[in-house]
Write a new protein. Structure first.
Length: 661
């Protein structure tokens, strides 16, 4: 199969914009399924988990496939709720094109903006589909203006809607109507303007009064769209099957096929892992180069292991087809990769796009078994779920018999509890979620350790520690000459520095700092490589004790929309929650307030807002970064293990652990 005969398309949107319903109707229109399922009734093809059927929301991304006009299409339906953003980011990495669905009733929402920014950062060509055109109160000019203001001005409608809201009856091809406005503000002139903005040759010809043919405009728009510069817009009502066939046509024409050569060396990435009841562990693989077939031995570049492929399947809804072979550009479910994890690269990294992180878990929570006797089963279940969603980042404190996971929000906690019950038969109790703070050095300083007792050992290290701007993460370097400290020992130090920074003076991860190894010494006879495993945390913590640390808290960008009469009260409450915001705007009796707010003060506020406004107030948030806490805010976390600042006790604890290993 050539690139021209294949499309890899991700379906993205804010929750309830109609992603799963749209996917279902695309599968039905193409003949991939014989009967339409329903999200509300729990019969949608891509909602396979019990919890998805019960709640009517997508929790995991679902890979499916169809054929349209002779072109094979791999579709990935992604979750729309912000709590499952990690699923979205993993799917986005392996897509060549995207369909971004916007609800005509709600307009551009917070998750829509978050996904859009990531799509643009990765330059993924994107088609915009305005769904739910038949909903009450729909205003096409308002939605189009929002898209231009919040997403891009380079949009090109492929159709004009025939009416809007309850008067919506269908769509007309934009090329078949004249330049006049049809009452919705959508006309052919919008397409011509967008193309002219992006192509000087077309602009000059229009200015000179030359007629540019429809075929030429179509061809130019397709080229601009496939390169991620212009963004075609489709309209429809998926629930009523209006606009679905036109959306499929547009996806084939305006989104690109994959590159890659089946004859090249293998290069692929695992973007999703599931458990199949019959087949067991399922790895979803996107190939960028080469080919993979049953019984092939494949090298996992990330882990340095070799595994054997036992079976390859193409998924279509909840059905599958055995393939036996997958070639460059394609996506398939691969079995037999028992040691591989999400994000692992297979073969070589040639052509594999970099990982673009969207999701940052802001809450940590302790998990306990409902029955103490089932504690080992709970550990095993959470380990399995962490394989499928690495951002859960399970922390298993074996000595304290404690289990902690990181989550994006309270909805994810509810889903986690449901998964443990339905899939593993386990009742789990969750503690009160607490915000994940971080620390950063308060000033520049040095850390020093001379680990020379009790013998035999010898590791001398000196670190320079400097604070960096917010969002910098950790920057590490060494200026020590190899004759003073062997490269193998320096490599061990470099590996251990990030681990040493997992718990700072207050127990939180230390970030936004530069660590430089400025002095190092080993002993010809007494030094063992493990000495630097012991010494590095002591040297780092000694440095943090000299610099002190500043507590950082996660911040959320928010947009609150409420009836105008609630505006004053909301502003007063935002001040109490330490929010920073712009002057509110008032339109059509609605007050809109935008700004940033600490996650810690606003966790429960969306629920309170809805209650206070009788369901008419909405708060949309997205993570925007960490910022210094005010001096009166203090949050400490219980340290796991012995503090390296208590050097004698720490050395004894580590060396006893080493001696038993």
């Amino acid at each position: 199969m050539t690139a021209k005969q294949l499309r890899n398309i991700g379906i993205f949107a804010h929750v309830d914009a109609g992603k799963t319903t749209t996917t279902e109707h695309m599968l039905f229109a193409s003949g991939a399924i014989r009967a339409l399922g329903s999200v509300d009734q729990g019969t949608a093809q891509t909602d396979s988990l019990d919890v998805e059927r019960e709640r009517g929301i997508s929790v995991r991304s679902a890979a499916t496939s169809l054929v349209w006009n002779g072109i094979a299409v791999n579709l990935v339906d992604t979750p729309g709720h912000v709590d499952f953003l990690s699923e979205v980011e993993r799917s986005m990495r392996v897509m060549d094109g995207a369909i971004l669905i916007i609800s005509a009733a709600e307009g551009v929402q917070s998750q829509t903006e978050t996904v859009w920014q990531a799509l643009r950062a990765m330059n993924i060509p994107t088609l915009i589909y305005i769904n739910k055109m038949d909903r009450l109160g729909v205003s096409v000019p308002r939605v189009m203006e929002e898209i231009k203001r919040l997403l891009s001005v380079h949009i090109a409608p492929l159709q004009a809607p025939d009416g809007e809201g309850e008067l919506f009856t269908g769509i007309m091809p934009i090329w078949a109507i004249d330049e006049k406005d049809n009452g919705t503000g959508v006309n052919r002139g919008l397409v011509t303007d967008t193309i002219a903005d992006l192509d000087e040759g077309i602009l000059e010809r229009i200015v000179d009064g030359e007629n540019v043919s429809t075929d030429e405009l179509k061809e130019k728009l397709a080229s601009l769209s496939r390169s991620g510069r212009a963004f075609p817009v489709c309209f429809g009502s998926s629930q009523r099957s209006i606009g679905i066939r036109e959306l499929l046509d547009a996806a084939i024409e305006y989104l690109p096929g994959p590159g890659g050569d089946p004859e090249n060396d293998l290069a692929g990435v695992i973007f999703k892992i599931e458990r199949d009841k019959l087949m067991g562990r399922t790895a979803f693989v996107r190939l960028y180069q080469g080919a993979l077939k049953n019984r092939d031995a494949v090298v996992n570049l990330t882990r340095g292991v070799q595994e054997k492929v036992t079976q390859i399947r193409k998924m279509s809804g909840q059905k599958h087809t055995d393939l036996g072979l997958i070639e460059a550009g394609d996506i398939a479910a691969v079995y037999g990769l028992s040691q591989s994890r999400i994000g692992d690269i297979l073969g070589t990294s040639a052509g594999v796009p970099p990982y673009h992180a969207l999701a940052t878990p802001l809450l940590t929570v302790q998990v306990k078994p409902g029955e103490e006797a089932r504690y080992p089963e709970l550990v095993e279940a959470l380990q399995e779920l962490t394989e499928e969603d690495p951002l859960l980042d399970l922390q298993w404190l074996q000595s304290e018999r404690e289990l902690h996971v990181k989550v994006m929000g309270t909805i994810q906690l509810e889903i986690l509890a449901s998964l443990l019950q339905t899939r593993f038969g386990l009742q789990a109790e969750f503690g009160q979620p607490s915000v994940i703070y971080k620390e950063t050095p308060a000033q520049a300083g040095e850390g020093f350790i001379a680990y020379t007792m009790p013998k035999p050992c010898w590791a001398i290290l000196r670190f320079a520690i400097e604070p960096l701007p917010r969002g910098s993460g950790l920057v590490y370097s060494s200026v020590v000459r190899s004759e003073h400290l062997l490269p193998s020992y320096q490599n061990e130090v470099e590996r251990r520095v990030p681990e040493a920074l997992q718990q700072g003076l207050l127990g939180w991860e230390v970030t936004d700092l530069k660590v430089t190894l400025v002095e190092g010494e080993h002993h010809v006879w007494h030094t063992h490589p493990l000495d630097f495993v012991v010494a590095t945390p002591m040297g780092i913590m000694n440095g943090l004790a000299s610099t002190g640390t500043t507590l950082l808290e996660p911040m959320l960008r928010f947009r609150i929309t409420v009836p105008e009469e609630f505006g004053g009260k909301i502003l007063s409450e935002l001040v109490q929650m330490r929010a920073e915001f712009e002057a509110p705007s008032v339109m059509h009796g609605r007050c809109v307030i935008e700004g940033i707010i600490p996650a810690a003060t606003s966790l429960e506020y969306p629920v309170r807002l809805r209650s206070m406004t009788g369901g008419k107030g909405v708060m949309a948030t997205s993570f925007t970064g960490y910022q210094d806490c005010p001096p009166d805010v203090r949050a400490e976390r219980k340290r796991n293990g012995v503090n390296p600042l208590d050097q004698s006790k720490y050395i004894l604890s580590v060396r006893s652990a080493l001696s038993t290993s």
